[in-house]
Design a protein around this ligand. Structure first.
Ligand SMILES: [Zn+2]
Ligand SMILES: [Zn+2]
Ligand SMILES: [Zn+2]
Length: 339
């Protein structure tokens, strides 16, 4: 029976087309993996030994005796050479008339190079390195949030050409904008409405429900959980959340980073193995530093494997038809062995 499910936060409806529902045994897309590992590629901006090809680093985890912008690092963050936004001018609204409102594109954009190794993707890295990536997300978030002009910072990762990246070398991105993006504003409003009417965090309630029903859980440890959301918009949509209430990713402490990296790596590995290295996008939704959403917001990661294409209906309505049942997707990934 086809069913519609309503997202508890945004109140957007999703159509779960169970008639067509099937596990994509043969995923539509696959990220081409080199047969053999390629540790170094001479034209790659992000490879070790090619540091001169990037703007000067803003963060690096490196050997104590190595110099900035030279080899000897395990992770580097650099400004994006082709940034759409920069901090050279202020965000200042110019209104020509009621139809033409503009501003300088104030903001910043950085790349986190996750490893010196050219072809090893995040799910293949050691747990220590995954923890370093999560630490770098936090550290760059905190540094960028000092900029007054910045209203929102999105940390995200595109994996594979169909997910929007042309660079093979494993990396994540950060874009800071001078306005709160609409998707984020929608979540704040939804979470605040829920809080106003119930006195509780909607995300904490979701976790409570997931832990009780268990059918949508993919993986969990004591402090973090990954699961297929009840109103998943696409096949194998996966969320990672802290089990404890926290509005800000940037508040993670060292112990929490270690627990989180285990859930992060395991979940990515299950997706890599179970769906044969699909292209995907993930992003971290967290509370901006300048806005107090502590009571009602709860940071989370949304990961969307690129197995289907948003087409006319999705683009025209903002509603989604999901051709896979979230409970089936979670069960499939839950059963993928990690070792
Ligand atoms: Zn490279
Ligand atoms: Zn919460
Ligand atoms: Zn979100």
């Amino acid at each position: 029976m086809p069913e519609m499910r309503r997202d508890p936060i945004t109140k957007n409806w999703v159509i779960i087309a169970t008639e067509r529902a099937k596990r994509p045994e043969k995923p539509t897309y696959k990220v081409d993996m080199q047969e053999n590992e390629v540790p170094y590629e001479k034209n790659c901006f992000f490879c070790s030994e090619n540091e001169y090809m990037t703007p000067p680093e803003v963060l690096a985890y490196r050997n104590y005796n190595s110099k900035p912008d030279s080899s000897g690092w395990t992770l580097r963050a650099v400004p994006n050479k082709f940034a759409a936004l920069n901090l050279n001018q202020e965000f200042h609204i110019k209104q020509e008339n009621s139809l033409q409102i503009s501003s300088y594109a104030t903001g910043t954009s950085e790349v986190i190079i996750e490893s010196p190794h050219h072809s090893k993707c995040l799910s293949q890295l050691d747990l220590d390195q995954v923890a370093d990536v999560l630490r770098a997300y936090r550290d760059r978030y905190i540094a960028i949030s000092q900029e007054n002009a910045v209203k929102y910072i999105l940390l995200f990762r595109n994996h594979g050409a169909q997910a929007g990246t042309s660079i093979t070398h494993p990396h994540s991105q950060i874009i800071a904008t001078p306005v709160i993006p609409p998707k984020i504003a929608e979540e704040f409003t939804g979470a605040n409405d829920y809080f106003e009417s119930t006195g509780r965090c909607v995300y904490c309630d979701m976790i409570k429900m997931e832990l009780k029903e268990r059918s949508r859980i993919i993986y969990e440890n004591d402090h973090f959980i990954s699961f297929a959301p009840y109103a998943s918009k696409t096949p194998f949509e996966t969320w990672i959340m802290p089990k404890f209430h926290s509005a800000k990713y940037q508040d993670l402490n060292e112990e929490q980073i270690l627990y989180l990296s285990e859930v992060w790596k395991t979940t990515l590995f299950k997706i890599y193995k179970g769906l044969e290295n699909p292209p995907y996008n993930y992003f971290i939704h967290t509370s901006p530093t300048q806005k107090n959403t502590d009571r009602y917001y709860h940071w989370h990661v949304e990961l969307i494997p690129k197995l289907t294409i948003a087409a006319g209906f999705e683009l025209g309505t903002g509603m989604y038809i999901n051709i896979a049942i979230p409970e089936d997707c979670a069960e499939y990934l839950r059963e993928i062995a990690v070792k």
